[in-house]
Design a protein around this ligand. Sequence first.
Ligand code: NDP
Length: 409
Amino acid sequence: MTYDSASMIQDKNKAVLVIGAGGVGSAYIRKAVQYPELFSEIHLASRTYSKCEALKAECGSKIQVHQVDADDTEQVYQLIQKISPHIVVNLALPYQDLSIMDACLKAKVHYLDTANYEPIDEAKFCYQWQWDYQSKFKNSGILALLGSGFDPGVTNVFCRYAEKHLFDEIKTIDILDCNAGDHGHPFATNFNPEINIREVTQKGKFYKNGRWHEIDPLSESTIFDFPEVGPRKAFLIYHEELESLVKHIPGIEQIRFWMTFSDDYLTHLRVLENVGLTSILPLSFQGQDVVPLQFLKECLPDPSSLAKNYTGKTCIGCLIRGLKDGKEKSIFVYNVCDHQSCYQDVQSQAVSFTTAIPALIGTQLILENIWEGSGVFNIEEFDPDPFMNRLPKFGLPWQVKDNVKSNAF
Ligand code: NDP
């Protein structure tokens, strides 16, 4: 590993503002305070101030906390003016991406997120809304790094790394996401329930031979033998990194995304859908408009509360096929993460941890001017090597398995 701690220490005067004190935001803060040399100041702001105060009670003077409604660009801008951070790390929800980007533009500070923009009243995520900010960010001389979580995030970097070092030509990519953990609840989601359920209930979509293909939700599945986990059934779903990787990996013929779900999860989801509780259309209830999915979110466990009793592992990676030196080649580049190890490290479960660490590494690379530029960038547009070098240092070791054979692919 060639992690360069000298470059970290060079750049001392760097403040960060993290927005969102949920599962991912808390894991980010707890990890960041373990490395006091990374930032000159760490600020955390969120909608519910008591969540920020709870983290402040743990971390003491290492962090400063604030209340903000990130839907309101002016509030975010005023906070940025007060703090003067070098970068704003958006770990709130995809709904806030554009309002936070607008505040960053106005204040001329860098921006980073882990999930692409999604309008609250339409279950549709898409990079175009954020790509449309390209010229504004470029002209302002600031950088927006999109999708610096695990998937999107590490998976994109895995693809770029494979393209740079392991292949002459990449033909197909299958991103495989397995959470083989057990949280002990009959039904819970591993990150924000509203965002998670919107994602898995939409139509599946993949790219093949120059065009996009749509399938009914969760209608195609395969069995994949995940390292350290074993064979699991994974379902083809649409995921946001497909959209940017098609654009940035030259010559790609096919790209798909697969996620494992237990039978129990799927049965609960089907029932909730059938009774209308996953709908985002408001209903009138006792004189008030209620969005069923938002109500359902309030009934479900807070994903960060799952951490203490979560056992088992996640395994997420990219099965990549192509040519090297004129020969066909296939690899699986992946990370395995243990829920209990994450809990011991930062009191979070593996899904929050595997999102927070890449966000923390992306922040460092921007603060240290290792990843630099003006404009809006997806993570795979940068050199993958410094990011890959830091993953193990911050708790996400990765491996490459050669000649992966699977009947399913
Ligand atoms: P949580 O729901 O646990 O946390 C979200 C936090 O954002 C909450 O503290 C919430 O406040 C705060 N928030 C929501 N709206 C606002 C607002 N208007 N102003 C200020 N703060 C607000 O979600 P997670 O931590 O699980 O997920 C965070 C992000 O990470 C999401 O965008 C999610 O899609 C993304 N993600 C990305 C992954 C990846 O691999 N790329 C994987 C997993 C998640 P309050 O407490 O008041 O509700």
